[in-house]
Design a protein around this ligand. Structure first.
Ligand SMILES: Nc1ncnc2c1ncn2[C@@H]1O[C@H](COP(=O)(O)OP(=O)(O)O)[C@@H](O)[C@H]1O
Ligand SMILES: [Mg+2]
Length: 258
């Protein structure tokens, strides 16, 4: 197995009286799809919020590419190479699909508001580069023909895909996808599965939170199972499908059908 790109050590998060995450440990090898599964309220999104710097953890550490990132601000973490999508789709509705992806590159592009106002040549060069990469990403996710349309006019599946393109625009080493198949139909879910494989082929490691077990079992190299904030199992899809505790807590008896 390759070196871990992400390491989670003793990570806990308390919200008042609720321990949303309790001493969770796992690592994500570079170049794999690792999935986090578990019942609603298990702490999956909270874990993403800790990894991406939305909240500081109560205890524990997150390290990315060997560097401690615990407690850093979201924009710093994005710049270091971790990006994400949200469980509830969050596109900028009034902006075009292309502009939504361009916003994603903000953490990578130089240049100031003053420079943009003065229309400096360096700013125009940056703008051309940003536009070109954004267009390439729209092509990559299959939304090139939507470039000029307001994001709010796209169907939900395409808004979720657009959010993935925007997350890729930060040129991440690790992308965290929070329930990307939520609300998608079967055909859209198949396309999503192909897109996740294509993301891996770009060299981006994937951390996936998802309830669609046939997607999780077919695409994951490794799975972590959370329940009430605790890691109750970790292993390959076939190990997880047979784990009695996971079956009892989450998968149910017909897990092998997934
Ligand atoms: N910002 C917050 N403030 C208070 N409680 C929260 C907050 N975020 C999550 N929680 C609580 O933490 C627990 C885990 O939530 P979450 O991480 O969203 O679970 P999951 O994504 O696995 O469904 C839930 O009980 C939830 O209500
Ligand atoms: Mg969640």
């Amino acid at each position: 197995m390759s070196e871990p790109i992400l390491e989670i050590t003793g990570l806990s998060k308390r919200f008042g009286g609720l321990l949303a995450l309790a001493e969770v440990n796992f690592s994500v090898p570079a170049g794999v799809v690792k999935s986090l599964i578990g019942p609603n309220g298990a702490g999956k999104t909270t874990l993403f919020n800790l990894i991406t710097g939305i909240f500081p953890p109560t205890t524990g550490e997150v390290s990315f590419q060997g560097k401690a990132i615990t407690g850093r601000a979201p924009h710093q973490i994005a710049r270091l190479g971790i990006s994400r999508t949200f469980q509830t789709v969050e596109v900028f509705g009034e902006m075009s699909a292309l502009e939504n992806v361009m916003v994603g590159q903000h953490c990578r592009s130089q240049g100031s508001l003053l420079g943009s106002g003065l229309r400096l040549p360096s700013v125009r060069r940056t703008e051309r580069r940003v536009t070109k990469l954004a267009m390439e990403l729209l092509e990559f996710v299959g939304l090139a023909d939507r470039a000029g349309q307001p994001a709010s006019s796209l169907p939900l599946g395409e808004q979720k895909t657009l959010e993935i393109a925007r997350a890729l625009a930060t040129e991440p080493g690790l992308i965290c996808l929070d329930e990307p198949a939520g609300g998608l139909n079967e055909q859209e879910t198949r396309q999503l599965s192909q897109l996740i494989r294509a993301i891996l082929d770009r060299g981006v490691t994937v951390l996936l939170v998802e309830h669609d077990m046939s997607l999780v079992m077919s695409i994951s190299d490794e799975i972590v199972v959370l329940q009430y904030g605790q890691k109750i199992a970790e292993g390959t899809p076939s190990q997880i499908k047979q784990d009695p505790q996971v079956i009892a807590a989450y998968l149910g008896e017909d897990a092998d059908d997934a």
